[in-house]
Design a protein around this ligand. Structure first.
Ligand SMILES: Cc1cc2nc3c(=O)[nH]c(=O)nc-3n(C[C@H](O)[C@H](O)[C@H](O)COP(=O)(O)OP(=O)(O)OC[C@H]3O[C@@H](n4cnc5c(N)ncnc54)[C@H](O)[C@@H]3O)c2cc1C
Length: 602
């Protein structure tokens, strides 16, 4: 087995207490507070100096970009001196916060291990680099079923290992520094980008922002406010401890997506309770440290549907042709896609593909595109109560584990997943006009529930907890209110008929992509008008190399943004997949061209 007690790699080529000043401008002011002594800032020579590349945030996407850059640079015959500075506050670059290898193993991936590969497969060299499954089988000493849903911690170990490999490769070409610091803002100078951390300033010729979800939000102070403030879910080992959420208390969870499942597992399996599977069903043996009751609540009560377990769910081979023709049909649609095209061409292709899939899987011809559309409309219109929500979870679990016949929900989810690569191509970079965005957004966010849900195993576990009364869905389409009661603020869960006081509330709703555009480094760029939002998508507008696109004024050189803050402009880019998008490769190729043309180096 892989050692879970792994150490972070050497993180600071530069001592953390001694700021790296090689890239500071002569007149730069330190960003530290006045009470701290200003760091020593060295002047850098404007000519003949190193070409300076800054990477802000090194989770998976920062890693992918560094990997592509290393390969591009290795293909170059002559190179000027290069310096690369990586800003990454977390302990395991490559893994970042989401895939922190120290997190508990019950926090699982939501797609099968066989889809995870940190390397693009474009040449012989890449064939020798291991994907997750081969790495786990080879270096990890554990036999991993490619269809299984492994822990995020194991994926983090893999990603951090890939990062170490990539930085070694880069160190042969460039001077690489890793700073465990958070970038707080970015400014545009005449010929450089200025990056500010709490301790100093750096100037770069080329800057990449891959900050994903940003840092996890801070939990409330450990004091009275815990009873009335929302406690963020991550990191679960720090935020959802028994000290913060005592056993036997009543806990509300805001949100009914993937994160509520992680939070609930942390309060049960994470407290030494045990799940057991007998046949198809799961049962739970409590440890006695669980909360008295967990009450998830959301606006709609609609659950995330279980992802089929491919080892239990036999799919006819003919489905591949159905998916392929659906993708071709989407690729043939003229861009930009208008409201008319969305309603009368694109959406019908998806529902028609789903209808063909279900007919093929059930050997019938009963389902039509219209039946699927009507099902989806009913689904979207429903605000589900506890019984309806539970029925939908049970049904999807039975289908996902091969114990019930495929249904329309399965077919629509499978169609969305399989047509998604074509949707990414058609919709990204303004492929969808601004008018149809609200409708598309509604479809896409509903399809997240239907297509990109949890592994069946996790739905089975939640059903066991509901059965046992540890999870209660009676406020599932309810809301929460903070109200003073005596000298305290208390939290009240409400539904149409009753109110219930809870002792704690966990926030299981992550920052939206739009909210990510207001993270420190982006807000400073928006304020300086260096970047713009794409109308309709409402996230940052970039081109296929990650370069900001502006309608007014000059598009800035030397900066790129890749990841969650551009979701919509680039569809579905908050993923581990390396095949769905090729920004890292395009970005790296462009940067190398810029390096080779850079005046300062001649
Ligand atoms: C709980 C959770 C579970 C997920 N599960 C899956 C899954 O199963 N499958 C899947 O495909 N996707 C999953 N995702 C989506 C996930 O975000 C992507 O897979 C992937 O992490 C995106 O990588 P990223 O590098 O763009 O962003 P992130 O992983 O968020 O990494 C960004 C990095 O930037 C750093 N950073 C942030 N702000 C700053 C700053 N100001 N200065 C310097 N550094 C900064 C952070 O420390 C972090 O390391 C999940 C997301 C979450 C939140």
């Amino acid at each position: 087995m892989i050692d879970t007690e792994i150490e972070p790699s050497r993180h600071d080529d530069v001592e953390t207490n001694t700021p790296d000043t090689r890239f500071a401008t002569p007149n730069a002011q330190p960003a530290a507070s006045e009470s701290e002594p200003p760091p020593q800032l060295a002047a850098s020579s404007p000519l003949g100096r190193e070409y300076r590349i800054g990477i802000v945030g090194c989770g998976p996407r920062g890693l992918y970009c560094l990997q592509s850059l290393a390969d591009e640079l290795q293909n170059c015959e002559s190179l000027p001196p290069l310096a690369i500075v990586i800003f990454e506050p977390s302990d395991f670059p490559g893994a970042g916060n989401v895939y922190d290898p120290r997190q508990p193993r019950f926090l699982k991936m939501n797609f099968a291990a066989k889809h995870i590969d940190a390397w693009p497969r474009y040449d012989e060299r890449c064939r020798r680099r291991l994907n997750l499954v081969d790495w786990l089988n080879h270096d990890g000493g554990c036999n991993t079923d490619p269809n299984s849903f492994v822990s995020r911690a194991a994926v983090g170990q893999y990603l951090h290992h890939c990062y170490q490999h990539v930085t070694k490769q880069l160190e042969q070409i460039a001077n690489v520094s890793v700073l465990q610091e958070e970038v707080t803002s970015i400014g545009q100078l005449t010929e450089a980008w200025q990056v500010r951390t709490d301790r100093t300033l750096f100037n770069f010729d080329e800057l990449l922002l891959t900050v994903g979800h940003g840092r996890w939000p801070e939990p409330p102070e450990k004091c009275v406010c815990e009873t009335s403030a929302f406690i963020p879910t991550f990191p679960v080992s720090e935020n959802l401890t028994q000290e913060r959420i005592p056993s036997k208390c009543d806990v509300a969870i805001r949100g009914f997506g993937l994160t509520w499942i992680d939070a609930t597992l942390a309060l049960t399996e994470g407290r030494e309770g045990e799940f057991h599977q007998s046949g198809q069903d799961w049962t739970y043996h409590p440890s006695g440290h669980e909360p008295a009751c967990v009450y998830p609540f959301s606006r709609t009560g609609r659950p995330m549907l279980a992802k089929p377990d491919e080892s239990l769910f036999n799919q006819p081979a003919e489905l591949d042709d159905i998916w392929a023709s659906g993708r071709e049909a989407i690729e043939a649609i003229a861009r930009p896609i208008t409201a008319q095209t969305l309603s009368y061409e694109l959406w019908p292709i998806i529902t028609d593909t789903a209808a063909s899939a279900i007919n093929c899987s059930t050997d019938s011809s009963a389902t039509t595109s219209e039946t699927v559309q009507a099902w989806f409309k009913n689904w979207c219109d429903a605000t589900m109560d506890a019984d309806e929500s539970l029925r939908a979870m049970k049904r999807s679990y039975n289908v996902a584990t091969g114990h019930a016949k495929p249904d329309i929900a399965w077919a629509l989810g499978a169609a969305w997943r399989n047509l998604y690569p074509a949707l990414v191509q058609s919709v990204s970079y303004g492929g969808l006009a601004s008018d149809p965005w609200p409708k598309f957004r509604n479809i896409a966010s509903e399809m997240e529930r239907i297509a990109f849900g949890p592994p069946a195993e996790n739905v089975g576990k939640m059903l066991a907890l509901i059965e046992q009364g540890i999870v209660n869905l009676q406020f599932i389409s309810g809301s929460i209110e903070q109200k003073p009661s005596g000298s305290e603020e208390l939290l009240f869960l409400k539904n149409a008929v009753k109110t219930h006081t809870v002792d704690r509330c966990i926030d299981a709703v992550l920052r939206s992509p739009k909210e990510c555009t207001t993270l420190g480094p982006f807000q400073s760029l928006v304020d300086e008008k260096a970047v713009e939002h794409l109308p309709g998508a409402e996230t940052l507008h970039i081109d296929n190399q990650g370069r900001p696109v502006k309608r007014i004024g000059n598009t800035p050189d030397g900066i790129a943004i890749i990841g969650r803050a551009t979701e919509g402009c680039v569809l579905g880019n908050d993923t581990l997949s390396r095949t769905l998008h090729d920004h890292p490769q395009r970005w790296a190729a462009f940067v190398v061209k810029r390096i080779q043309n850079a005046e300062i180096l001649k």
